[in-house]
Write a new protein. Sequence first.
Length: 418
Amino acid sequence: MRQLGSWLARAGVGFVRACVVAAISMLVPALWAAAVALGIWWGAGNPWSWVAPVVLVCGGTLPLSRPVCRMVRFLVTKWTATVIPAGYREAGPVTRMSTGYWWNGFSYERTRRDALLDQKWRVRWRDPANWRDLRFTAIAPLTAGVVASLPPAGVAVAVLGLGQPESAARVVGVLGLVVAFASAPYAWRCVEPVAVRFLRPSPAMALADRVDELTAQRADATVAQAAEIRRIERDLHDGAQARLVGLGLSLATAEKLMETDPDQARTLMREARAGATASLTELRELVQGINPPVLNDRGLVDAVRALALDSPLETAVSADLQLRLDPPIESALYFAIAELLTNAVKHARATLARISITQDDTGIVIDVEDDGRGGVGVRADGGLAGLRRRLAVFDGTLEITSPAGGPTRVRMMVPCES
């Protein structure tokens, strides 16, 4: 009895999904059929009987193709957890020039609205994904659409057949009902392989997206490097350099006072020694800010444990990492963890943090969790977006789960060879 109930539940869910797939797949052919019916209804003597259907087919197919493909991707992801990248071209930024005109990457416009509108249509019409979507709308009805139509067609045959008094019609109706229930759990599944085969980005589109991604990463790396150089220069100028200049003046003054005022000279010497100690401390902190010595000597795990000891949070570190990573990757992950701990103290008001560093078949996985108030969002110009861009240089990812009230969990994944 339980197996029968499970089968009926699967058949019911499959029937609904099959109807949805059939309706979406047949949407564009339904437009074509409506255009042909309109031409027939107007009659052969009407000059619009062939012009209007052509205009309707050409003007309606392209606007419908992209929504149909987006809907198919959404359903495949929701039902099977198979993610199909869209591969559509993204519009670039619109910039206002010193002349007052707006540049959208293609032309200059007088207003920002005109620039965005012009950019939208240029990007849309020049996108090679349009041909891919049109191809799918032509193939889907003949593949996934036909198979998904079996359950609703079987139900329709059953309703028509069982409503007739003839025994042959009733037999056909029963057969239609059997076909509907037997195919319902499986008929909709044909949409997944068809969508994966025909909706994924072509190699040329994937290569273009990768080039754009690498260009953006190069720009981000250049900006980050320039900002780091400016920070080092500023720290040296305002800190150690100023102290060393003061140290030189103190020593010159003490040299002049050695014979006339030895006590004052000794006081200046003591101040100079204290200044030298402070300068050495500042230089050490500056070097640690560039790359901590423990990170260079002992690796990421020991550096993170040392960082946890210095953190005001009660931080637990668990690690299962058996290899040393490349220095740039270790540095990026170390400073990412350090920034996350700083954010937990400064913004989330957390008291406890947990750091997990593990290695699986794909790469390094780091989880940083705190018991703060949560509600963390990623702004385009914020620190978390900067962390995401920094990890993207190594094909890494950063995922954030932070419901209101906490806790906040950040997962960083960087691929590497085992």
